[in-house]
Design a protein around this ligand. Structure first.
Ligand code: MF3
Ligand code: CO
Ligand code: CO
Length: 249
């Protein structure tokens, strides 16, 4: 599980080098496809319930499941959430990061920072003996106290030989409620946080989920193994952060 999740993390780090104004989301998909195949794995999303691509690339008010396309060209000030999955030796990796394209507004930067913080707060609650409601509560509390809203229809999940396993891991909830977490379980925590209202709609392509009010939305996801004391985080943003820190110099 760690190997698969390290590979998705490295794939996102590779993509970080290419995300800039003028590139198409299809070109990002090609980079990811090749990188994953070159590392002895297969894309995890391709063919999943008929999904046609390696990545989900969701721009601005798209929440999740945006389909890479030659027609979608990134422009300065966009935000793009990139979700990537792999299967390596039968086990899934699944991780997502929301990137700034060129220079984004302060408003968007704050949404990105807060959503990443929501994920960290969720992970802090992901320990043996706690319940999924403790994770959801922590995420929701941080998002809503910052003036944002939590998407309800899509949730985190168990991860293993299948991409979506029990339990569901909502980004909202009540402390002490829901499925009990036990050492050895692997779950994906993936807050989807809207700048405006929480309502979403599906686009006619059958995949893309968009904020109904067309305001920006962010998505960060990590896979963690439940342990006693603190979670063992299987995927990482460190490859991405390394690339981004070099760019801003
Ligand atoms: N990776 C998504 C998740 O985090 C699921 C993508 S399903 C796909 O759960 F078919 F769109 F790829
Ligand atoms: Co994902
Ligand atoms: Co997931």
């Amino acid at each position: 599980m760690r190997e698969s999740n390290q590979l998705v993390s490295k794939t996102l780090g590779e993509l970080a080098k290419y995300i800039k104004p003028g590139v198409s989301t299809e070109s990002l998909d090609r980079v990811a496809f090749t990188f994953i195949r070159d590392h002895g794995a297969v894309p995890g999303f391709l063919g999943y319930q008929g999904y046609p691509k390696t990545l989900c690339t969701s721009v601005n008010s798209e929440v999740v499941h945006g389909i890479p396309s030659e027609k979608v060209i990134l422009k300065d000030g966009d935000l793009i959430s990139v979700d990537c999955g792999v299967v390596k030796e039968g086990f899934y990796g699944d991780t997502a990061f929301s990137f700034e394209v060129g220079e984004v507004s302060l408003e968007v930067r704050k949404l990105l920072d807060t959503t990443r913080e929501c994920l960290i707060k969720g992970i802090e609650m992901a320990v043996d003996g706690n319940r999924v409601g403790d994770i959801g509560y922590a995420v929701q509390q941080h998002a809503e106290s910052s003036g944002y809203s939590v998407v309800r229809e899509m949730v985190g999940h168990g991860l293993g030989r299948h991409m979506h396993e029990a339990p569901e891991v909502p980004n909202y909830g009540r402390r002490g409620s829901g499925h009990k977490l036990k050492k050895g379980m692997v779950i994906c925590i993936e807050p989807m946080i809207n700048m405006g209202r929480r309502q979403i709609r599906q686009e006619p392509d059958g995949w893309t989920i968009r904020a109904a009010d067309n305001k920006p939305s962010a998505h960060f996801e990590l896979a963690v193994a439940i342990d006693k004391g603190e979670a063992d985080i299987l995927s990482t943003f460190s490859y991405i952060d390394e690339v981004l820190s070099k760019q801003s110099n």
